[in-house]
Design a protein around this ligand. Structure first.
Ligand code: PMP
Ligand code: GLN
Length: 378
């Protein structure tokens, strides 16, 4: 059998979690919380099941949840999406991104990704028959380089995938950067897939710059988010996509033959839970405290802390400790120190090699302290 994805193996998240388990290491690799979600959310889903919301929902998702999403986007980012025609509930952000790309990419189209980037984008583009055009972020700051993005645009460019707050680097795009992208794409037909799964995790008083805030971006964007990140339920795999009606109509053509619908009781539970904005409005302070605890604990080590402006990741440069390649360093760290991390190189093909690894701090204070006790030897 000829593989559709010949250069793809098992994702680094699965392999590092397996290695962490094998060595009994503290798993700060794969990004997921190790604490419970709000019991009120579980009660809301439980109530939905008991109310017999257990059959297929509408293809685009439970209306109450789409309305709650539209209301949230309008309140936070000032853009009104029509819940009937412009929002679709997906099986996590992963499906949202894949479905958006399958819906718009034709064989031979080019899609720009900014490296390092989340590992599903490139295989998704390839499955859609597109050609991945890799543009590096600035290798020191991980900020977008608009000259390089401009140089990568061609008549074949169908779309660009962006991600803020950024996995893995934890940078957050500024309003000025979003405006630069908006200006760059003005007058073109280039679409945007805007991965905003960490939208509610932005620190130090900064605010999330959703593509929805910028009319010139909103009109060409699929905005993707994930309840898994926002409500500490990554295993539920429920997310959503917002896009202008014409784009969403194409999205739904694929969605209906991709997953058709997403599980019903979770959607009802999420819809009623979303009535209270406090859980997502409290998230920046909640995660900033974890970030600060983790950073403070690493200051005595030879790990050099990179900025963490948003998301639940903290990257560090370990070049004072070792000149091992980052994947080898992560394996060594898991085996010998007892803490698992993710190598930065897992997020790029062409970006320059660096001595940088990513930790996830979406963990209880006790877990973070256990990891810090081990890392103190560095
Ligand atoms: N995009 C990014 C940047 C992510 O970090 C993740 C989390 N793995 C996803 C998409 C996928 O989110 P979900 O679990 O909702 O599919
Ligand atoms: N988004 C998470 C991460 O970047 C988990 C991804 C996954 O397990 N596929 O670690």
């Amino acid at each position: 059998l000829q593989s559709r994805l010949p250069h793809v193996g098992t994702t680094v998240f699965s392999t590092m979690s397996a290695l962490a388990a094998q060595h009994g290491a503290v798993n700060l690799g794969q990004g997921f919380p190790d604490f419970a979600c709000d019991r009120r959310l579980i009660d809301a889903v439980d109530a939905a099941m008991r109310a017999d919301h257990n059959q297929y929902p509408l293809m685009a998702g439970v209306p109450a949840l789409r309305q709650a999403v539209a209301a949230k986007i309008a309140a936070l980012y000032g853009h009104g999406y029509d819940a009937d025609r412009e929002i679709t509930i997906t099986a996590g952000a992963t499906q949202g991104i894949l479905t958006a790309l399958l819906a718009v990419v034709h064989p031979g189209d080019e899609v720009i990704v900014l490296e390092p980037c989340y590992d599903s984008y490139a295989p998704n583009i390839e499955l859609a028959g597109g050609r991945v055009v890799r543009v590096p972020l600035n290798p020191q700051t991980y900020r977008p380089d608009f000259d390089r993005i401009a140089a990568a645009l061609s008549p074949d460019t169908r779309a660009i995938v962006i991600n803020t707050p950024h996995n893995p680097s934890a940078t957050v795009w500024t309003e000025a950067e979003m405006r630069q992208l908006e200006a760059l794409l003005a007058g073109s037909e280039v679409l945007v897939v805007s991965d905003e799964v960490y939208e509610h995790m932005v620190f130090d008083g900064a605010s999330h710059q959703s593509a929805a805030r910028f009319p010139g971006l909103a009109e060409r964007s699929f905005i993707v988010s994930s309840f898994g990140k926002t409500y500490h339920v990554t295993g539920w795999k429920v997310g959503y996509v917002a896009a202008p009606a014409a784009l969403m109509a194409e999205f739904r053509k694929v969605h209906q033959y991709n997953v058709f619908t997403v599980n019903t009781p979770m959607q009802h539970g999420l819809a009623s839970y979303m009535a209270d904005p406090a859980p997502y409005l409290d998230l920046p302070a909640f995660y900033q405290a974890k970030r600060d605890l983790f950073r403070a604990g690493l200051t005595g080590t030879r790990l050099r802390l990179l900025a963490s402006e948003g998301s639940y990741f903290q990257c560090v440069d370990y070049s004072e400790i070792s000149d091992m390649a980052d994947a080898d360093f992560c394996a060594w760290l898991t085996r010998e120190v007892g803490v698992a991390a993710i190598p930065m190189s897992a997020f790029s093909v062409e970006a320059p090699v660096q001595r940088v690894i990513r930790f996830c701090f979406a963990k209880t204070e006790a877990t973070l302290q256990r990891a810090l006790d081990k890392l103190a030897s560095l």
